[in-house]
Design a protein around this ligand. Sequence first.
Ligand code: NAP
Length: 434
Amino acid sequence: MRHFAVVGSGPAGFYTAEALAKAYGEQARIDILDRYPVPYGLIRFGVAPDHQSLKAVSKRYDKVAETAGVGFVGNVCVGADVSVDELLDLYDAVILAIGAPHDRKLGIPGEDLPGVIGSAEFVGWYNGHPDFADLDPPLDGTHAAVIGNGNVALDVARILSKTREEFHGSDIVGHALEALEGSAIKTITILGRRGPHQIAMTPKELGELGHLEAALPLVDLKDFPPHEADDALDPGQRKSVTILRDFNDIRANRPKSMIFDFFAKPLRIEGDGHAERLIVEKTELDEKGGARGTGETYDVPASLIVSCIGYSTPPIAGVPYDDRGGKFLNESGRIAERLYAVGWARRGPTGTIGTNRPDGYEVAEAIAAAMPATSSGDRAGGEGLKRLLSERGVKPTDFADWRRIEAAEEAAARTGSPREKMVRVEHWLRTLGW
Ligand code: NAP
């Protein structure tokens, strides 16, 4: 029998557990740990609430959690309640799948002013992440700025612009729905430090902006290279650029504007005690395709500024860390003897949910190749972990506990919504009678 601890219950953790369960069959016990009492990580707290079809992948993860030999161990924070070294004593291998939940910093003056928020915080707020339930983003000004040209920037801009009716069918949490309904924001500027050909936005997500009820996406055709230059792009990028250009042809009267401001590098944020404006430098592409400042600057008014410029994995004491990459130091997922990383903690914050499947399977295969199914059997595994946690007064949740929380959230759903998420750890635990 082999014992495995997968730390993190987002997509990377579940795909790895699935792959280990397939590779070892009855010869493995796999515990999927999470610091929260509830599973799914990015699926619950990161994927946009109006993208329910993407969230449906959790049904597949349910099947993994209900596989014989696989268990969910929630409410346990690795690094605080139990160390990685202790897990390595208890389990044959430990796989870190903790994602990249921290915002990268802009590194510009004024970044700490109230009103400047990282996307992990803002997304966490509307998705019911307990750490950000009290964020209370300022929505009383008329202008917001979203920094970055990736899919997270699109999520944030879209959520800021939607009407209450457009959230029908979503699981946006009640506090965010109410706040957004009362929002005064009329103009959302999306800033990219490079041009339309360099965006990291994907066609399906970009295309949604054309169909918004209240907001009109606006581009300046002067920012685009000649049409022929699109031929050099890969098919996905070409599609995205075509969608962007076509925004110019939308003839509709909508009360809000979503302005794509390309070649715009944030220099600093100014305001009297809170963010009021972003000072931006006009850029051009350098020889290597990077952004080079032109010296020309201008102001973008904004009392809410959300930076969507990427994420990093939090370091864990004793685990080698790559400061530049913001992830664990690893080679093809292997960090050290019996210690592995998967998903964003391995690769950095890139790729879709599906990218984590081959990633998790690859690491599981490497583990299976390094560790035959039969072991000397002297690791205590999950039973040992339970004993240790009990000594420390830590009470873990299991998958049946999650099912009870899930049922309570579904029962509390407003009309048309799949669930009303509880946004406080104590509410989850109270539902369990703890
Ligand atoms: P991303 O795709 O890497 O985009 C980050 C953006 O931030 C880039 O446009 C980058 O510009 C810009 N940026 C970085 N540093 C900057 C700075 N200092 N100043 C100004 N701009 C800066 O990251 P993401 O949007 O956070 O998304 C993370 C991953 O999740 C991606 O793989 C994404 O596709 C995925 N995702 C998918 C979905 C979906 O499928 N629906 C939704 C959300 C996220 P440069 O290119 O110039 O560096």
